[in-house]
Design a protein around this ligand. Sequence first.
Ligand code: NOJ
Length: 766
Amino acid sequence: MKMNQQPLNISFLVLLAASFFMTSCDTADRTHVTDTRVTRSSDSPVRFTELRHPEKVDSVLALMTMEEKVGQLNLLSSGFAETGPVLSEEYRDMIFESKLGGVFNAHTVEHTLDLQRIAVEETRLGIPLLFAFDVIHGHRTIFPVPLAESATWDPELIRKASRIAAKEASAAGLHWTFTPMIDISPDPRWGRIVESQGEDPLLNARFGVARIEGFQGDDLYDVTTILATAKHFAAYGVPEAGRDYNTVDISERTLREFHLPPFKAAVEADVRTFMTAFNEYDGVPATGSDFLFNRILRDEWGFDGFVVTDYTAIMEMMPHGYARDEAHAAELSINANVDMDMMSQIFLNELPGLVDQGIVHEEQVDMAVARILDMKFELGLFDDPYRYSDYDREAETIMREDFLEFALEVAQKSIVLLKNEEQALPLSKDAGHIAVIGPLGDNQYDLLGSWSAAGEWSDNVTLLQGIRNAVPENVRVSHADGAPLDLHDDSRAGFEEALRLARQADVVIMALGEGRHMSGEAASRTTLNLPGAQQDLLEAVHATGTPVVLVLMAGRPLDIRWADEHIPAIVNAWYLGTRSGDAIASVLFGDHNPGGKLTISWPYNVGQIPNYYYAKKTGRPMDPDQRYTSKFIDAPNAPLYPFGYGLSYTTYEYDNLQLSETGISNEGRLSVSVDVTNTGDVTGDEIIQLYTRKMVASVTRPVRQLRDFTRITLEPGETRTVVFELDAAQLYYLDQQLEPVLESGTVMVYVGPNVAETLEASFEVR
Ligand code: NOJ
């Protein structure tokens, strides 16, 4: 045991633990106390926030040395070995030395219990560690990637999926996950679009809140709930050219109107932690931004949880050219009220010296420590540091049968049918010979998608397997990869076998797309082409004359202009996780009627990007007959498939759009109703979308903004009147002084199945 302080004797430790226990056991004590804070002087420049457990936090802080305090601000990662997660010897020693507040990429009861024992039993104060992990779309039962989940347009479904992920993660010793990512992005070149809920602020806000509620539940003291993280603050989704980590340069108006609302919603949903973004905003790296963290997050929104940096982001303020050296970087971040340092170890190494020299106030460090301790109390870790480490619970919870069933439902609802000419789908299960061709046809590994937590690829049901599970035994289901799944390998060695099967088959299902690591972090692309020889394979198989259905799997929209022109049926299946193959097969054979819709405008080609639906109109709106209007000379303005688009095996008719008022004040509200009828032969889910446009304002407004949506199930022939309540408060925008306003004038209302096909009406703001 290494330490620079006299060890406290065991009986003191027991007494200390007992006093934590006594003060924390009482439920009343666990409620939010607002009238006391960490001890501080009244004239301090330090920004304080309310704590939920102020007295308990103060009692621990009072015992801590500066070295122990900065240890709490230090977050380091476990590595991975064949046998599971493992912490390096160097980092392990740091637990003995009270130099770690938490460990991420740490999971399993075995691993976390081992590390927690050191922290609790081998250090002077026995302060428990926080264990964190990127549980982005499931822990061990893997759900569809977030972009796919958002295509359900069903936040309640995703709240339940997150609840399941929380149950599994918490049973594996975890206290904290780095989700939701609520960076909106209109740029599919950016690989992390796969982790977003697409381009729209409202969708990112609703899904972000759903995920937070799913992970944090109603009570963080409940051992099946864990801390969530709103990330990445802020504007990480719009790096120049879609290149990850690149400079972000957007106006404060765009930041506040489009990028911040999901984060504000996260604060209102009581998310307990925030993560800084890697990028700069307005010339200042986010991780040292007084504007983002002090002014907006703490002062304007009153966020009282703690802020963790992204991976080495404090250190990265030096290459940004913002911090002179490590000490300067530490000063900038801690003074921005950033509390925990992921991987840089700069707080640990620099803060004691900065406090000694009077450059950083000790109270500022205390505040950061207090916020982290507060969460440890909130989770009940001082009552029982091992309460998340229960072998029996872990064994009973991981991959429960009902979790797998729910993963199938989410996967089915995430699928978007992009094209279905002449009812090419659904397929008959009696087709004599089905050939599954393509590198994603029998591929377990890539179905996990980007970030797969503790997911194991060998659990995944491939498309080939799903089809075999679905059809009678006498149906022949053959498979050939045909082409490698590699951006840089255009080998045609597999073509011959694939074409031989295609010629023999009654129908070909082509499974093409990207490998899982072609989207996600550091996976930006400058084209959206099908990687390698896949496009040529598709064209060659199509040329055999056998009917082809294209199943796309990817973490972003791809350039599928050729397929859209030549292939009659296209199913966008993203990465759907553990039950992928079963979900896709159920759609191919009509056991599940697809109802998912796009949450991004699917670009026609890469040159159109960014091509989001909430664009401005410009002074020269596109006119195909007028040269000097805002358009391309070699491509349409419209995306290939619009935002909100997706087909079904049935059809819907929209009729009778009604507004309850012709005019309202800027504090009023009105109802918008529409009749939606299932005009086809099968039951289906329809996603009904409400958009508005303020025609004239003191600042120009987007041509459409999503205001509400709902997903309903309709039986054949059934008509439902859908009613949305539209509040004037939802329509406010920022005037030239960036003050919220809703000026008088006409507001157009659009309701329909996607942004490009709507009924319309209008009302006046008086
Ligand atoms: C870097 C990523 O940007 C962030 O989203 C993630 O949570 C951390 N790494 C930790 O894995």
